[in-house]
Design a protein around this ligand. Structure first.
Ligand SMILES: [Zn+2]
Length: 582
C-alpha cells in the first residue's frame, strides 16, 4: 500500500448497487420534528443522536445491509489540486415510495462535509450514524419527510487535504475493487455501478447526471467510450455522462509511463507500449514480448485491424487481469502487473488481451467464444498460464462441478472465478485446439481468418462458427461441434485386450482403445521403448485397434501425449507396460 507517498487522488461520485437488504437503524425512541424555513420539508433529528460502531465486515456487506427506496440524479464536480480535494454534488432524489425517507450519507470521519436539502442546512452533529473504524467511514442516517411525488433537491460539498490518512482511507475502502494505490487511475463503468467511490456522497443508485473531473493539466485520459476531455487554463477537464456508462476510463499522469513507439506489420501499424517509468528494467523485455506476440498473430491471422495499438502495463490492476477496448480508432490493451514477481506472470494476460484486438473488438462473436479464441491464440503464441497438462486437469476438476456444455456456459454468468476460468477460458480454448488437430493447421487457421472476415460488423454465434469451418474445410463438422460444444462430456479412453508377442527379437504390441463416452476423434497414440518413441494418429469412433512393431520391448503406451484434447486422465500398468492416458 502506498501510504505517505504524495499522490493526488481522483474521486467521483459514490455510486453502488444496492440489492435489498435488512434495514438496521439505531433505535430512535423520541424524535423532535422541526419545522424549518421551508414549509414543506421536515428534517427529523433524534432527541439523542446515537452512534453504532461496526467492526470488520467487508465494506460490501455494509451496503448490503442498507436498503434505500430512492434513486439519485446528479452532477458531481471534483476539483483536485496538489494536496487538496474539493467535491461538489448537486443532486436530485427521485422515485421515493413514501413521504418519509431515510437518506444515507457516507463520509470519511475527517474533512469537511456540508449538506443542504431544499436549501435547508442539515445539522450533521445531531444525526445518528454508523461508525466503521476499520475504514474511517461514517454513515449518517437522515430522516426526511417530503412529498414523495416531488423531486428532492440538494447539495453536498466535501473538502479535505490529500494526506496519508486520506490515502489510507481510499485504499482501505476500496480494496475489493481495482482502486489505484498508484498512478494511473482506473474508473470502471458498468450499467450497474460507477467506480471509484467518492470519499463522500449519498448512498444510492445514480441513474443520470454528469461527472466532471477537474485535474491539473498533467493528466491524460484513455477511455473505452466517448467522453469529453478539455484542456483549459492548465487544467484537464473530463466530463462523463452518467446516463450511458459502460466501460473503463483510465486517467494517468503524463510522464508516469515510459512510452516506446514502433511500427509493425505490412500496414505499418503504430505500436505504443506504456510501461511505468520505474519499470525501466523490464520495459525492453515487455516490448520484445509484445512484438513477438503481435507478429505471431499477424502470421496466423492478418495485419492488426487498427492503425495504432496501445499496450498499457497497468500498475494498479493485479496481474492476471486485463481488458481490451477500442478508443477512437485505436486498439487498447490493458495488462495488470500489480503483484507480479516475474515477467512470465504477465505474458499470458498480455497475449490474451492483445488477441482480443482480433477476436474481440474487431469481431462481433458471442463474447464467450471470443474469450476461448483469445485464450487459444495466446496459447498458440506460447503463452498459456499453465502447461497444457495442468490446464486440462483444471478443466476436468471444475467441469465435474459445473456439468454443463460450453453452449450453456456462453449464455450465463459463472460467478465462481475458478469455474469461469476453467470452463469459459481454458475449455473454450482447448476445443479450438482440438479442432486444429482435426482440421490441420492450414485449414484451421484459414477458418479463423474467415471468421474474422465473416464476423466483422456482424453478430456471429456458435452456429456461424460451425458454418465457417464447414465452408473452409468442405466437411460436415456437426459431429465435432455436437460432441465438444453441446455436451459437457469429454472422451474417456482406456486400453484393453493388450497383446505382446515376441518373434526373432521383434515385438508386436497390439491393443484396443475404447472410449466409454463414445466420441469420434482422431487420437495420437505413442509407444515408448527404452531408446525410442513412436507416434501414430488414429481415428477412434468409440473404439479402435492399434498395432506397433518394435525392435525392443515397449515400456509405455501414452494416449494424447501432446494434449490435443481434454479427456479423462489415468495411469495404470498392464503386463509390465505403463499405460498413461493424458
Ligand atoms: Zn478476454
Amino acid at each position: 500500500m502506498m501510504i505517505g507517498k504524495k499522490v493526488i487522488v481522483i474521486f467521483i461520485s459514490f455510486i453502488i448497487i444496492l440489492p435489498s437488504g435488512c434495514l438496521r437503524i439505531p433505535t430512535e425512541q423520541k424524535t423532535s420534528s422541526q419545522m424549518q424555513a421551508n414549509s414543506e420539508l421536515h428534517v427529523e433529528y433524534p432527541l439523542q443522536a446515537e452512534a453504532q460502531v461496526i467492526y470488520e465486515p467487508e465494506i460490501d456487506d455494509i451496503f448490503r445491509r442498507i436498503s434505500v427506496d430512492y434513486s439519485l440524479v446528479g452532477n458531481v464536480s471534483t476539483s483536485i489540486t496538489h494536496h487538496h480535494l474539493r467535491l461538489k454534488w448537486d443532486f436530485m432524489i427521485v422515485n421515493r415510495t413514501q413521504d418519509s425517507t431515510i437518506i444515507y450519507i457516507l463520509t470519511p470521519n475527517f474533512g469537511n462535509l456540508n449538506i443542504t436539502f431544499e436549501e435547508q442546512q442539515v445539522n450533521l452533529s445531531r444525526l445518528s450514524y454508523y461508525l466503521l473504524p476499520d475504514y474511517n467511514v461514517k454513515i449518517f442516517l437522515l430522516n426526511l419527510t417530503y412529498s414523495k411525488d416531488k423531486p428532492l433537491f440538494g447539495t453536498l460539498e466535501y473538502e479535505t487535504t490529500i494526506d496519508s490518512l486520506f490515502l489510507y482511507y481510499v485504499a482501505q475502502f476500496s480494496k475489493s475493487f481495482y482502486y489505484p494505490e498508484n498512478y494511473p487511475y482506473a474508473i470502471y463503468f458498468s450499467p450497474n455501478f460507477v467506480f471509484p467511490v467518492s470519499p463522500a456522497g449519498i448512498i444510492g443508485k445514480v441513474s443520470r447526471g454528469n461527472i466532471v473531473l477537474v485535474l491539473p493539466s498533467r493528466y491524460a485520459v484513455i477511455s473505452e467510450y466517448p467522453l469529453e476531455v478539455n484542456s483549459k487554463n492548465n487544467q484537464t477537464i473530463i466530463i462523463i455522462d452518467n446516463s450511458k456508462p459502460w466501460g473503463s476510463v483510465y486517467i494517468y499522469k503524463r510522464g508516469f509511463f515510459q512510452e516506446t513507439k514502433l511500427t509493425i506489420g505490412d500496414n505499418n501499424t503504430w505500436l505504443v507500449i506504456y510501461a511505468p517509468s520505474n519499470m525501466r528494467l523490464y520495459s525492453k523485455e515487455l516490448t520484445n514480448a509484445t512484438v513477438k506476440i503481435i507478429k505471431h498473430y499477424i502470421d496466423r491471422l492478418m495485419d492488426p485491424p487498427y492503425s495504432e495499438i496501445n499496450v498499457i502495463f497497468h500498475p494498479d490492476l493485479p496481474f492476471g487481469n486485463g481488458e481490451e477496448f477500442e478508443d477512437s480508432g485505436k486498439g487498447i490493451a490493458i495488462v495488470g502487473i500489480r503483484d507480479s514477481k516475474r515477467i512470465e506472470d504477465i505474458l499470458p494476460t498480455l497475449a490474451h488481451e492483445v488477441a482480443h484486438l482480433w477476436f474481440g473488438s474487431y469481431t462481433n462473436l458471442t463474447p464467450g467464444i471470443e474469450e476461448g479464441l483469445a485464450t487459444f491464440m495466446g496459447s498458440d503464441a506460447g503463452y498459456l498460464s499453465y502447461s497444457l497438462g495442468y490446464t486440462e486437469r483444471q478443466i476436468l476438476k471444475y467441469s465435474s462441478q459445473y456439468r454443463k456444455p460450453l453452449i450453456q456456459a456462453y449464455k450465463e454468468v459463472i460467478s465462481n472465478p475458478q469455474v469461469r476460468n476453467a470452463i469459459k477460458y481454458y475449455k473454450g480454448a482447448f476445443v479450438f485446439r482440438s479442432l486444429q488437430f482435426v482440421l490441420g493447421n492450414e485449414t484451421f487457421f484459414e477458418g479463423l481468418r474467415e471468421l474474422l472476415r465473416e464476423c466483422h460488423g456482424k453478430e456471429c454465434n456458435l452456429t456461424d462458427v460451425q458454418s465457417v469451418f464447414e465452408k473452409v474445410s468442405g466437411q460436415d463438422l456437426d459431429w465435432f461441434f455436437k460432441e465438444w460444444f453441446y455436451t459437457a462430456k469429454v472422451p474417456n479412453y482406456y486400453v484393453r485386450n493388450l497383446r505382446l508377442e515376441k518373434e526373432d527379437w521383434r515385438y508386436t504390441v497390439s491393443f484396443e482403445i475404447i472410449d466409454k463416452n463414445n466420441f469420434t476423434m482422431p487420437l495420437e497414440v505413442e509407444v515408448k521403448t527404452p531408446t525410442k518413441s513412436f507416434i501414430k494418429k488414429i481415428w477412434v469412433n468409440g473404439s479402435a485397434r492399434v498395432e506397433f512393431e518394435l525392435n525392443e520391448k515397449p515400456t509405455e503406451i501414452i494416449l494424447d501425449p501432446n494434449e490435443w484434447m481434454v479427456n479423462e486422465n489415468k495411469k495404470y500398468n498392464v503386463k509390465g507396460i505403463e499405460i498413461i492416458i493424458e
